[in-house]
Design a protein around this ligand. Sequence first.
Ligand code: SAM
Length: 281
Amino acid sequence: MELWYTEKQTKNVGITCKVKGTLYSKRSQYQNINVIDTYQFGTMLVLDGAVQTTLVDEYIYHEMITHVPLNTHKNPKNVLVIGGGDGGAIREILKHKSVERAVLVEIDRHVVEASKQFLPQISCALTDSKCQVLIEDGIEYIKNNKGIYDVIIVDSTDPVGPAANLFSKDFYISIYEALKDDGIFVAQTESPFYNQDLIKRVFSDVKEVFPITQLYCAPIPTYPSGYWSFTMGSKKYHPLEVQVGKVANLDTRYYNAQIHKASFILPNFVKTLLKDGKIND
Ligand code: SAM
């Protein structure tokens, strides 16, 4: 008998994968956690029925959510990830030699444990001596830590349940306060096809908090629509002023100096979401 997993990405559209088997299944305090083995995408982490990461395409998301802000900052030493319990963002952050400390604040310890057990290729850096894993709500953590981070990355689930407030203006204000004077923040901000209202609102909120606000995109095959957005708020450095020749030659499969710049070139339908449409002009 063939087994297929379907994520209903919208009321009318889904992604379906042929499954070899279920490796892990748990109802935690916060969400349903499943790790499944698929033919096309290998091991896949699914939270509340939504694909979070897969062995086959994870590199695009994790490289783009980390290297774009870290290479925009002149000397990132202290980096915070909120969410990101699979560890992929931490793995990429620790490729930067300047980084002295990478803190992961994940609300659900079972996501970290399942990722360590079933996704070692992604979670491998969570045990690095420069990495500290804290199991707590990122919203509370950020309120109590002011002016200490160079880069903050919000690698969250969709804006429902415990992640809902990770997409609020109050949270962006707390992030601003948790950053140093030249700090940078990036959040995953969903699909430009399916989440236009969210992208508009987040961009406008971040713009009210940070002097430099930019949106960039990347293709993520297993995320809804396959086309994903990231919103950056920066206190001082502009991501397009990064000199291509100065981008460190990291061991990456998707990200490079040209992609860094190209990802900020937006199609017209995305530009128009960003209110004044003047982004990148
Ligand atoms: N790359 C993924 C995506 O876009 O689908 C996100 C991956 S990561 C597994 C998301 C994590 O955010 C989950 O493990 C979830 O438990 C965590 N999370 C949700 N709300 C949180 C909060 N308030 N504080 C800290 N972590 C949170």
